[in-house]
Design a protein around this ligand. Structure first.
Ligand code: NDP
Ligand code: GUE
Length: 374
């Protein structure tokens, strides 16, 4: 268990008020394995003996570090140029409107309404929130949503039965199994069972394999990496011939993001937890996509002047001033990096909303393909 005192908490809060603080101390949760954060934090709050800490169910590691902007703080008020903010929330909204128009056209012309089925296993609060948000997003564009909720102690077979039912259901065009799954389940078996024509997450090995191969086309591209590239396109940020660095190599974000950048003719390097001197590599990048799950890991000094920064990380950090008791920050130390970069995505309001927009887009794409509608 880690402890933090009230004084540190105060300094931490100062950081959120951004421009006036030159040095801030943050309590950093190691959230790579801590996606049930609202639950975890409410657990902290119930504890009398701790201000906050990491529960034993999650990561044992609490890091306290600095995310300062001291090298540039002298110029903070005057003469400072800030990176353009890549507004994922706005772009996602535009995309949703475009999708809504297409869905109406499809319904009018062939009487088909796309359907998305989500399978949620267990009672993680964050997963339940994501699933609720996906359902709301479906409602706003006119996609029918179907949901299967299974108890934490369900068997793999029960999950496979639901997948099989949705595979066979003609009103379902997309199937998403919310991750992570309970640890007693074999994620590979379950993701393999989703038929590739309905694999709107793009996590099936055949879709990933095709993404990796030249001359092959996946039926679906994973939503988060697709959203990152879409943001670059919509902001007219060139990728071809650029040096791109992806931080993180997970199956769902880092690895497919690197493959997509390569498909866009970037020269790609991948930084992971075993990389030595990652900042030497990131400093060469024209484009950085960070998907690590370490709050504020990428400092201003890691960034080449003028680079474009896409921050996938969603990391909860304690914030007593926030109604939820925490707030979300990215992997990139935003206040430092925006003084060096030419463009940057915020957290929240950057990649997150794009992930959901891409899920809707993949569901529409699937329904169009299945019904041969152009
Ligand atoms: N905005 C969105 O829509 C989404 C956001 N996310 C967020 O993105 C982040 C990453 O998610 P995900 O890919 O699923 O996470 P994973 O934990 O699966 O992967 C994290 C990756 O980061 C690498 N890594 C961990 N620590 C370091 C370090 N200190 N230096 C360099 N690399 C490191 C790991 O390396 P190694 O392989 O060596 O272990 C791993 O490849 C999380 O914050 C998650 O919440 C995720 C999905 C969607
Ligand atoms: N099968 C599967 N597919 C996924 O795509 C998948 C998953 N499992 N498991 C969990 C991760 C995480 N993820 C996010 C989606 C949206 C936001 C999002 O909209 N975030 C908002 C903030 C929301 C808030 O304020 O809580 C934002 O960044 O602005 C974040 C994260 C999808 N994931």
């Amino acid at each position: 268990m880690a402890l933090i005192d009230t004084a540190s908490t105060m300094i931490f809060t100062d950081y959120s008020s951004s421009s006036s603080s030159s040095t801030a101390r943050l309590l950093l949760f190691n959230t790579a394995k801590l996606r049930n954060f609202p639950k975890t934090i409410s657990t902290f709050r119930r504890s009398n003996s701790l201000q906050f800490g990491i529960s034993s169910r999650t990561s044992p590691r609490t890091i306290i570090t600095h995310c300062s902007s001291s090298s540039t703080s002298a110029m903070q008020v005057n003469n400072e140029t800030f990176a353009k903010v890549i507004d994922g929330k706005r772009v996602a909204q535009d995309i949703r409107e475009e999708i809504g128009v297409e869905i109406s056209r499809m319904k009018e012309e062939i009487g088909i309404v796309p359907g998305l089925a989500v399978i949620l296993v267990g009672d993680r609060k964050d997963s339940a929130t994501y699933v609720r948000n996906k359902k709301k997003a479906c409602d706003t564009v006119g996609i029918n949503s179907y949901e299967a909720r299974l108890a934490e102690d369900s068997t793999e077979e029960e999950v496979l039965n639901h997948i099989s039912k949705f595979n066979d259901d003609p009103s379902v065009h997309g199937i998403l199994v919310q991750l992570p799954l309970p640890s007693h389940m074999n994620e590979q078996n379950i993701l393999n069972a989703v038929c590739i024509e309905k694999d709107v997450d793009g996590f099936h090995p055949l879709n990933i394999g095709r993404l990796a191969m030249r001359g092959r086309e996946p039926l679906f591209v994973p939503c988060t990496p697709k959203g990152c590239i879409e943001l670059l396109h919509r902001y007219d940020i060139p990728i071809k011939g650029k040096r791109a660095v992806v931080i993180g190599r997970s199956n769902i974000v880092g690895m497919p993001a690197a493959l997509l950048l390569q498909r866009e003719d970037a020269t790609v390097s991948i930084v992971h937890s075993r990389t030595k001197n990652p900042e030497e590599i990131t400093r060469q990048a024209d484009i950085i996509i960070s998907a690590v799950g370490q709050p504020n890991m990428v400092r201003g000094s890691w960034v080449k002047p003028g680079a474009v920064l896409i921050d996938v990380g969603i990391n909860p950090v304690e914030d007593p001033a926030s109604p939820r008791g925490y707030r979300l920050v990215g992997d990139i130390c935003y206040d430092e990096a925006r003084k060096v970069a030419s463009a940057i995505t915020p957290v929240p309001g950057g990649v997150g909303p794009m992930t959901i927009a891409m899920l809707l887009s993949n569901t529409l794409l699937s329904a169009k393909r299945i019904h041969n509608f152009r």
